[in-house]
Structures are given as structure tokens and as C-alpha cells.
Ligand binder design. Structure first.
Ligand code: DX5
Ligand code: ZN
Length: 217
């Protein structure tokens, strides 16, 4: 079962409620919410108040991707603002703090995710795998929507799929960046179960057709 997560980074921010409603009607399984702090990545997007407003406007599962330095400082506030899942970057802090941040997300009753930048080897996820609800493999350098899919990340997806299956875990495997109707089948074949798509959904007038094409149905 493949889940499609439109990334609201490519939505019309002045009409977030109706954009969320529109992609829900079009078949979205969850919403991906990108938080950028201008330090971990060279861009700034949105934070707590926008998430809290979106939470009131939709019942879609909110998958919050923190591109933030030392996310331990903020994870609880994102849980309180309405995240259903909070994912943090493995590169963003020490192993101790990463583990503590994951524990705090879990203790708020939310799902945990760990994200790998393109330069980060697949093995970086291994010490945490048992504690995770989701692993996110970046298929572009984080920071901006609309970039080209990095096909050489597929080996990383395959390796992590192998470890999840070998350990009998139910952890979801998500890809993010440059996913569209052409690259989605490659991700699915490599073992991804959740596909984030920003521009390939929100920049299309027929979002139902866009989501169906990415899902391959
Ligand atoms: C990039 C973000 C992505 C972005 C994807 O740093 O993490 O979620 O919105 O956009 P597309 O699908 O356009 O590559
Ligand atoms: Zn993202």
C-alpha cells in the first residue's frame, strides 16, 4: 500500500485550508509539512502558528519534516501544534540528543521519523531503526521544492528496505524530493511506501490525476 503525501511547501500559502481540502479530495493520504530554519538549510519556510492553523483546517495526518538545527529544542512544540509525526534529521545533532528528541516525540504520543540527507550513508539510520515509525530518504538536497530527483539515492532506499524487512519492523519508508509520475515507480520498486510530492501535485490543476499518476493507479 503506497501513501501519497503532498508537500504544502508548494501550496498557495494564502489559501492553505482550501489547498489541504483540495488535495484530500484528490486522494492524498497525508500532508507533508516542511519546516526550515535558515540554518540547517539555506531557506526559511514556516513554523508553529502555521502548523496550528493547518491542524484546525484539516483532519489529514500531518507529517512534519523538521529541517532545523538541534531539533531537540522544538520537537515538543511541534507535537503540541498538531503534528501526527515529527521527523528530524540525523545530521542535525549529536546521537544522544537525537535519541532524546525521538523519545520526547514518542512521549507526546506522536510518531517518530528520522531523515537522511543525500550525502549521509544509509547506515546512519541503523542505531535508531527499532525506535522509528518512519525513515525518510531525501532524494534532493533539502531546502527547496522543485528540484531534480537524485536517482543514485535508490540504492539507499533499497538498503534500508532490506534492513526493515530483515528485522521484521513495520517502519514506513518515505522518499522526498523530485518525486513525480516518472520517478515514483523507481521509488516504489526500491521499497518506498510513502511518497512526498510537492510541485508534482500542487503545481497541477488536476490534482486527482496527478496523485493517481504518482501512485501508479
Ligand atoms: C525539500 C522538501 C520537500 C519539497 C519537495 O527540502 O523537504 O518536501 O517540498 O518538493 P518537490 O516534490 O517539488 O521536489
Ligand atoms: Zn520535506
Amino acid at each position: 500500500m503506497i501513501a501519497i503525501a503532498p508537500s504544502v511547501l508548494s501550496a498557495d500559502f494564502a489559501h492553505l485550508a482550501s489547498e489541504a481540502e483540495d488535495v484530500k479530495r484528490a486522494g492524498a493520504d497525508l500532508l507533508h509539512f516542511d519546516v526550515m530554519d535558515g540554518a540547517f538549510v539555506p531557506n526559511i519556510s514556516m513554523g508553529f502558528p502555521v502548523l496550528a492553523s493547518l491542524r484546525k483546517a484539516t483532519d489529514l495526518f500531518l507529517d512534519v519534516h523538521l529541517m532545523v538545527d538541534r531539533p531537540l529544542r522544538y520537537v515538543e512544540r511541534f507535537c503540541e501544534a498538531g503534528a501526527d509525526l515529527v521527523s528530524i534529521h540525523v545530521e542535525a545533532d549529536t546521537p544522544e540528543n537525537t535519541r532524546e528528541a525521538l523519545a520526547r516525540i514518542r512521549s507526546q504520543g506522536k510518531k517518530t521519523g528520522l531523515v537522511l540527507k543525500p550525502m549521509t550513508p544509509a547506515e546512519a539510520v541503523l542505531p535508531y531503526l527499532e525506535e522509528l515509525d518512519l525513515v525518510l530518504v531525501m532524494t534532493v538536497e533539502p531546502g527547496f521544492g522543485g528540484q531534480r530527483f537524485m536517482a543514485d539515492m535508490l540504492d539507499k532506499v533499497r538498503a534500508i528496505r532490506g534492513w526493515i524487512d530483515a528485522r521484521g519492523l513495520s517502519c514506513a519508508l518515505e522518499v522526498d524530493g523530485g518525486v513525480d509520475a516518472a520517478t515514483a515507480p523507481l521509488c516504489i520498486a526500491a521499497g518506498a511506501t510513502v511518497l512526498v510530492a510537492g510541485s508534482a501535485v500542487f503545481n497541477k490543476t488536476d490534482r486527482a490525476a496527478a496523485i493517481a499518476a504518482i501512485r501508479g493507479s
